[in-house]
Design a protein around this ligand. Sequence first.
Ligand SMILES: Nc1ncnc2c1ncn2[C@@H]1O[C@H](COP(=O)(O)O)[C@@H](OP(=O)(O)O)[C@H]1O
Ligand SMILES: [Mg+2]
Ligand SMILES: [Mg+2]
Ligand SMILES: [Mg+2]
Length: 420
Amino acid sequence: MAAARVGLVSSSFSHALHASSSSTSTFTVSLRPPRLRLPPYLPRHHLLPTNYPRPSSSAARPRRLRATMSQAAGNPYAAELAAAKKAVTLAARLCQAVQKDILQSGVQSKADQSPVTVADYGSQILVSLVLKMEAPASASFSMVAEEDSEELRKEGAEEILENITDLVNETIVDDGTYSVFFSKEGILSAIDDGKSEGGPSGRHWVLDPIDGTKGGDQYAIALALLDEGKVVLGVLACPNLSLGSIGNLNGGSSGDQVGALFSATIGCGAEVESLQGSPAQKISVCSIDNPVDASFFESYEGAHSLRDLTGSIAEKLGIQAPPVRIDSQAKYGAVAQGDGAIYWRFPHKRSKEAVWDHAAGSIIVTEAGGLVKDASGNDLDLSKGRYLDRDAGIIATNKYLMPLVVKAAQEAMKEEGILG
Ligand SMILES: Nc1ncnc2c1ncn2[C@@H]1O[C@H](COP(=O)(O)O)[C@@H](OP(=O)(O)O)[C@H]1O
Ligand SMILES: [Mg+2]
Ligand SMILES: [Mg+2]
Ligand SMILES: [Mg+2]
């Protein structure tokens, strides 16, 4: 089989195929796709049609969705947006192939004891591949991504590495866009494409390959582009989130499409479409201005946010509706489309918040007309490297509620001794 080893700098497959050898190569381009089969314990095309519970307050009903033209018209980042959508859609396909329970069989523990799975690694590799193949200016490719190859290079990780390699190659063959084959070394090297430190100058992709690894039903593949220190686009693939039941507060009907793709580009608004490719719909945050009518989202995982504190903030605001707890940045998507009024997180300690946990979600909310601030009411600064430099807590809501929520949060934090 003829094959050319190439670096990931080509903007098209045909270009890549004719590229000369490079010692920095991370994958092999083959003239004939390899014949690969998923291991039997990794079933394909199996979806969990789950939905998060809808807020019970009728005032939290969102505005009707409006069909819009694609964000391509007049969008200076149209090419990057198209590449980002393609990247997370392909990664979502891999994630769907590896369902949660099966996914746990390939679980690795990171140094901080948080889990990372074959799907986290696989998703990160596919996003990096698609961005390098599709996005312009890929010669200066920089990506700040959550995972690295350290655990996979350790003794005992051979089987997991083999599973990831098979899974990634199988997904690429199934998709059919790229005739690319990853070796095990290529897999390790592609994961480490995400080691950039980001920062205030130049362009950096920011990726959470699976947000919500350790959680309930919801997870997201979250990808954003940072340009000169500002988030300029974000896409959020939520494979288990239902579309089409937005006005139905009792949850989705069996006819609902499952799999949502949120996207936003700076100055162009925010949209949602089906992961299977329905026309995009413009979205906007709700216009509730009385907190009594508001509902709020917070982490499904109790360890990720101080529930005593958020209970006290909710009480100060007079919020009647019970908390809606879901995993991942799907919460940002839910606020952006007006499913609820507020998303907040107040970590237990002043733990570091990673840029990939907020970059995509925050621009989707701000482009939907909302605000995203820290607990002191300051804008988030995602240009400080891999972690946010912020005051305790993150709040996403509309412009009416933000000052009220910040005030209540400050008071509650003082009472709890969290602020001096
Ligand atoms: N103790 C903790 N406090 C705050 N956040 C935490 C945490 N442990 C993990 N996280 C972060 O919370 C994210 C999930 O967000 P949420 O709580 O909104 O579902 C995780 O993303 P990953 O699943 O990508 O690791 C992880 O970055
Ligand atoms: Mg993680
Ligand atoms: Mg995350
Ligand atoms: Mg993650």
